[in-house]
Design a protein around this ligand. Structure first.
Ligand SMILES: [Fe+2]
Length: 560
């Protein structure tokens, strides 16, 4: 479990000044302190050592010199854990919305990791770069950790120490149950982040973010009002690096979002709004010149990477590959997808179906959508995914996916009237992909977001062929704050009526949690009482189960 003294020295930690001790592991605690603390970085209590020569205790390093305001105004985060390591993240910032004093100077920051909340059982202390070129963000991979274990961590700079945060590693084997939360879509102007406050307090191992962490829009007409004032975007639509950076700073200024990041590791992907609404590859929403849009996308990728706790190097090219797999023992392989970057343009040949409140993206299934060559994933990512599932030995294969796969016929007619921004615009590829994946895995579960509503659904290769076999299961989480269009709310009861594959539909905000065992997958839908209220309560309004070996929703309980 311990990082060796030699590796600490190799990491340039010659400035360590005081010894720490090993004591009993209290890793069962789940409470996080909420107060920021300021501690002397160069001293630590010396108590009776229980370490042996074979397992020398790590030394607490000196924090780099710094005078100024608290540099952890954006909080900290962890992400992309495996069985022996995890990514720890922060971005040095004192006044994120007003410009910072860190400027063009490269900095370093100290990181401590312990098996208890008071850092008496330190397992790592070291210095990590916060380069100016990365907007002083830190992506530190802390290795040599024990599998299936909780850890506490903190960042230090000068006299300042971040709040203590909690993270964990994954089991290396076996089928220990996994408690997973997931959601998406947190438009700043649409609501408060009470859902994140409840998630921060929940007992979950991992949180999966399925996209729309920021919205690129300029200020709208409204914006909810909270104790910190009206929540409005502070700049016009963002299109360049400084704009995207500032937008992340605005969103990350929320204390509930920070608390949730500090509660457990996140596994994140993006959807469209991290760059531009409903874009597909280099096709922008407003028909921007492709070279201009490429520059915009590079800026958006850079800012996303700087602000996310991802196990990825900084973007180096026009293409930034983010698809990856996490393995929770032998129970779950979680495949994180990128449904935006490699997309073919959305189809334009199905008959347009005007539905007030649904924008211009509803079309009847046409030849392009039905063509298997019309790809959402791109051939390289699709080949990778098929190989990952083919070689998987996990009980459950899970897709961390953006837009719904279960299909939705918004207005029955000669052929389904579908939202072409979803997998319905890539109907032929979906049919081939689901067929090939479910040949290899009888327990395929798709997690989705994007729609600002939630579903529990049976998946068929052709979602609109209701006589065909159910071959997988999908859960679409509600949005943290983004709104389901008010004009469409009266139509919500019709969704399930026209779409028997959708076993449950709910247009309200919240999130989903999943308890996954080798026998059963149980998903709970958590619904916020009032998304405009930062103190909103939340309640479990439905529970769904899937039995291992039997694709599709098995049981549905509704509590209202
Ligand atoms: Fe969204």
């Amino acid at each position: 479990m311990y990082i060796s003294r030699r590796s600490l020295l190799a990491a340039g930690l010659g400035t360590a000044v005081a010894g720490c001790t090993s004591s009993t592991d209290d890793g069962s605690s789940t409470t996080l302190p909420s107060d920021e603390s300021t501690v002397a970085s160069t001293t630590t209590e010396s108590t009776t050592s229980t370490t042996t020569a074979a397992t020398p205790a790590p030394l607490l390093v000196d924090a780099p010199a710094y005078t100024g305001d608290i540099p952890f105004a954006l909080g900290t985060a962890s992400g992309d854990p495996d069985a022996s390591s995890v990514v720890l993240w922060t971005r040095l910032s004192s006044r994120p919305l007003d410009g910072d004093a860190f400027g063009a100077t490269d900095h370093q920051v100290a990181i401590d990791v312990a098996t208890n909340q008071t850092f008496e059982t330190l397992v790592y202390s070291g210095l990590h770069d916060a380069p100016a070129a990365h907007d002083h963000s830190v992506h530190a991979i802390i290795d040599g950790l024990a599998p299936n274990s909780w850890y506490w961590y903190r960042f230090r700079l000068g006299e300042h120490t971040s709040r203590t945060a909690r993270t964990r590693t994954l089991p290396i084997a076996g089928d220990d149950p996994l408690r997973l939360g997931f959601s998406s879509c947190q438009n700043w102007e649409s609501g408060q982040y009470a859902a994140h406050r409840h998630l921060a307090d929940a007992e979950l191992d991992l949180f999966v973010w399925l996209g729309d962490y920021i919205y690129e829009y300029g200020p709208g007409n409204g914006g909810v009002v909270g104790s910190a004032g009206r929540r409005r975007h502070t700049t016009p639509e963002v299109t360049d690096l400084s704009g995207y950076r500032q937008r992340y700073a605005l969103y990350k200024s929320d204390p509930d979002l920070q608390a949730h990041h500090e509660a457990r590791p996140w596994v994140v992907t993006w959807d469209d709004h991290e760059i531009d609404n409903n874009h597909a590859g280099l096709i922008s929403q407003d028909g921007q010149d492709e070279q201009e849009f490429l520059a915009r996308r590079r800026a958006a990728h850079q800012a996303w990477w700087e602000n996310m706790p991802v196990r990825l190097g900084s973007p180096q090219d026009d293409v930034f590959e983010i698809h990856r797999t996490l393995q929770w023992g032998n129970l779950v392989d979680l495949h994180i997808l990128d449904g935006r970057q490699y997309r073919d343009p959305q189809p334009s040949d199905g008959e347009a179906v005007p539905i007030p409140g649904a924008g211009e993206g509803i079309r009847r299934l046409g030849p392009t959508a039905r063509d298997p060559q019309q790809s959402m994933l791109g051939s390289a990512q699709r080949t990778w995914l098929e190989e990952e599932v083919r070689s998987s030995t996990a009980v459950w294969n899970v897709l961390g996916n953006q837009v719904y796969m279960h299909g939705l016929d918004a207005f029955p007619g000669e052929s389904p009237a579908t939202n072409i921004d979803t997998w319905d615009g890539y109907h032929g590829e979906r049919e081939e992909l689901l067929t090939s994946l479910t040949k290899e895995s009888t327990n395929l579960v798709v997690l989705s977001g994007d729609f600002h509503a939630s579903t529990a659904a049976d998946l068929r290769a052709d979602p609109f062929d209701f006589d065909s076999q159910v071959i997988a299961t999908e859960f679409m989480a509600p949005a943290i704050s983004s709104a389901f269009p008010s004009q469409l709310r009266p139509l919500a009861p019709l969704v399930a009526q026209f779409n028997p594959q959708i076993r449950h539909f709910d247009p309200d905000n919240g999130y989903m949690t999943c308890e996954i065992t080798a026998d059963t997958w149980t998903t709970e839908l958590h619904r916020l009482t009032d998304v405009t209220d930062e103190a909103s309560s939340i309640s479990v309004v439905a529970r769904f189960s899937v039995r291992s070996g039997t694709p599709g929703i098995n049981t549905i309980e509704v509590f209202e």
